[in-house]
Ligand binder design. Structure first.
Ligand code: SF4
Length: 284
């Protein structure tokens, strides 16, 4: 089997090191590699196989469509800011409602009686809290909104692909998160470091200039909604070296079709536990 880029073998040079990626790869799984795919493989390679290679469906949930609808509203707000269009609260709340209704249908989510109304009320107050926050009122036209970036890097045989929620002036990379309770900021920054470093590398490659800061923006769905901005410095040289070492390990494993269950707390929300339980040391 040849690699997705059509070459039978990919050699990657690094100072003092030459890595030969193996000939074998999973069809389609490496046309590109996203930060979420890297994290998925590193968390559980067998789950990666079920989700990305076999493409088994995963059921959606009310919490999932709620998060996506909030995301759609934030995108509408920043796009309006970018285009100097209508960024009024009424328009942005309507964008949330439209996205929620659409996703409830298109993703086949079963909602209890009155649940859609409750989600709508909760989302509206969360969006209003964000629009009233200093983050939403920050000056300047965004550099990019929901930017799709795909770049080839010499460290990997497949391009890295990422969608960056927002890039503010100064190449400030912003990622929005919705969560149910007040987050532990240090832990969140640690858990999302792979994603944030990937976004930094993508933005710097596309813009040709340095990222000056990174931000995790949490929209917290508590009774009294909160917006928490966690500002982080750019990834250091050590962070970047760590990213490439993790990415190379993951991509090598995917090329080698190395899948194994990696049980842990993440199994609690894995949709493939039944398939996983059938695994007996190999896939044939
Ligand atoms: S149940 Fe756990 S070990 Fe099995 S595939 Fe899912 S995440 Fe991996």
């Amino acid at each position: 089997m040849s690699s997705p880029n059509g070459k039978s073998e990919t050699l990657v040079s690094k100072p003092g090191q030459l890595i030969a990626f193996p000939l074998k790869s999973s069809d389609g799984a490496l046309e590109y590699i996203s930060p979420s795919s890297l994290k998925l493989y590193l968390t559980c390679s067998l789950k990666f196989y079920f989700k990305k290679v076999l493409q088994l469906p995963e059921p959606s949930s009310p919490a999932l469509i709620f998060g996506k609808a909030v995301h759609a509203a934030l995108q509408a707000f920043w796009l309006a800011r970018w285009r100097e269009g209508d960024a009024s609260a009424d328009t942005i709340v309507q964008a949330f409602k439209d996205a929620l209704t659409h996703m409830a249908t298109s993703e086949g989510v079963t909602l209890k009686d009155g649940e859609l109304d409750k989600l709508t009320v909760k989302g509206e107050s969360l969006i209003q809290a964000y629009l009233a926050s200093d983050h939403a009122k920050s000056e300047g036209k965004p550099v990019g909104v929901e930017v799709k970036l795909e770049e080839h890097f010499p460290e990997l045989p497949s391009p890295v692909l990422g969608y960056v929620d927002l890039v503010k002036p100064g190449n400030v990379v912003v990622d929005f998160k919705t969560c149910a309770s007040t987050p532990n900021l240090d832990l969140e920054a640690f858990q999302h470091s792979l994603q944030l470093t990937a976004y930094q590398l993508l933005v710097e490659e596309a813009a040709g200039s340095r990222v000056t800061a990174r931000e995790l923006v949490f929209l917290v769905k508590t009774k009294e909604p909160k917006v928490i901005v966690h500002s982080l410095p750019p990834a250091s040289e050590a962070d970047i070296a760590r990213f490439w070492a993790m990415a190379e390990h993951a991509v090598k494993g995917i090329y080698e079709e190395s899948w194994v269950p990696q049980p842990g707390m993440h199994c609690a929300w894995c949709a493939f536990r039944s398939q996983c339980s059938q695994w007996a040391g190999g896939l044939s």
